[in-house]
Design a protein around this ligand. Structure first.
Ligand code: PLP
Length: 393
């Protein structure tokens, strides 16, 4: 008799986005034709850079001629793209071997697939508030989960607690939803903890390209991290690849447990479970790492950053506490007047026609907070900021 993975029964209903959609729909049914200011989106809104589009077109043409046609690509990624990514890291002083870089179809895919490398008997520490996929992927894998709450006192970038014995640790910096970024000192504390406890850090660097202050983009900027951390990153937010799909994962060589070595295990996993990322997409992705591509993706990021400035100015003027915005495409505010997350959501929707994301949906310690995304339309963002300012002043 077939036995299903019973861990699926332990998944909590993901009511956050469902509830937002339900409330928004109800509002529009009562007020047909109303324009809503959508400040909740966790997706990019600007098109791909021209350099990328040109390469994608070229790649399609390549596939039309016998001489340039590509069949299966190497499972771990196009060697040229792996080399581009290695160089991208080396520009920041991080020295990797090309064999430590794996091309992926995106970070979410990797965050789930990577759990193949670990025994079921692991305690996983997940910082909160966090991207909901970390918890769900680990519930499906049957791991024990320990939540590490964060708050204003630690700037939503928590420090390790020696009393907690975690085998696997999820860190996301810049963080979704809070926009908080770990400093070198804080990351060093985590790396030291991982080395002492023989644990492994899974570092989600999906938003590294939004960092503008002098803060670490990669965990490998921290001494010792190559012995205890893997890094999962993506071109989704960096270069608008959310619908195009390409990312990369770094697994340093030499991380071992008994006879097993993590990098070799991942090579074996990929060669078994995938036939790699599409030739066309990888050729497009290579354009991101060219000088021209970097310049163009920075122009798109600058649009989102301008949105962030508009919103931050409004919150500054109102004296509303927030973090993020500066080094991340999210601004995380403390709801004014002591409102709860959903209470604030309803007020925003019903009185200002603004849709954002209640912080509570990202974990208990997000209650009383609210996430604004800066991926929206610039004109809508300006109008939303104006409405918020008028309403709360
Ligand atoms: C958007 C996002 C990603 C990227 O996911 P993709 O699957 O690459 O699109 C990864 N981590 C976090 C925290 C995100 O918000």
């Amino acid at each position: 008799m077939v036995k299903f993975n019973s861990n699926y029964g332990n998944l909590k209903e993901s009511y956050l986005f469902f509830n937002i959609a339900k409330k928004t729909k109800a509002y529009l049914e009562e007020h047909p034709g109303t324009h809503l200011y959508r400040m909740g989106i966790g997706d990019v809104s600007l098109p791909l850079a021209k350099a990328v589009i040109d390469r994608l077109h070229e790649a399609v043409e390549d596939q039309s001629r016998k001489e340039t046609f590509h069949g299966y690509m190497p499972e771990t990624g196009d060697p040229d793209l792996r080399e581009d990514i290695r160089e991208y890291y080396s520009r920041r002083g991080v020295n990797l071997d090309t064999g430590e870089v794996f091309v992926s179809s995106g970070a979410s895919d990797e965050l789930g697939d990577i759990l193949d490398l670990f025994d079921r008997d692991n305690t996983v520490l997940i910082m909160e508030p966090a991207y909901p996929a970390y918890v769900d992927a680990n519930v499906i894998a049957g791991h024990r989960i320990v939540h590490l709450p964060s708050g204003e006192e630690d700037g939503f970038a928590p420090m390790p607690d020696e009393k907690t014995d975690a085998d696997i640790i999820y860190l996301c910096s810049p963080n979704n939803p809070t926009g908080a970024v770990f400093s070198c000192e804080k990351l060093k504390a985590w790396v030291d903890y991982a080395i002492r406890h023989k644990s492994l850090i899974i570092f989600d660097a999906a938003y590294e390209a939004f960092i503008e202050e002098d803060l670490p983009h990669s965990i490998y900027e921290i001494e010792g991290a190559k012995s205890c951390a893997i890094e999962i990153s993506s071109l989704s937010k960096t270069a608008g690849f959310t619908g195009t799909r390409c990312g990369y994962t770094v697994i340093p060589k030499g991380i071992t447990s008994g006879d097993l070595e993590l990098n070799a295990m991942w090579v074996r996993n990929r060669t078994t479970k995938t036939n790699g990322v599409s030739y066309i997409i990888q050729k497009g992705a290579r354009a991101v790492f060219t000088e021209e591509g970097q310049k163009q993706i920075r122009e798109n990021i600058a649009v989102y950053k301008q949105n962030a400035k508009v919103l931050m100015k409004a919150f500054d003027e109102l004296g509303i506490w927030y973090c993020g915005g500066k080094n991340a495409p999210y601004i995380w505010i403390r709801c004014p007047e002591g409102m709860g997350s959903w209470e604030f959501f309803d007020r925003m929707l019903n009185e200002l026609q603004i849709v954002g994301t209640p912080g509570e949906g990202f974990g208990k310690c997000g209650e009383g907070y609210f996430r604004f995304s800066t991926f929206g339309d610039p004109e809508d963002t300006k109008e939303a900021a104006k409405r918020i300012k008028k309403y709360f002043s």
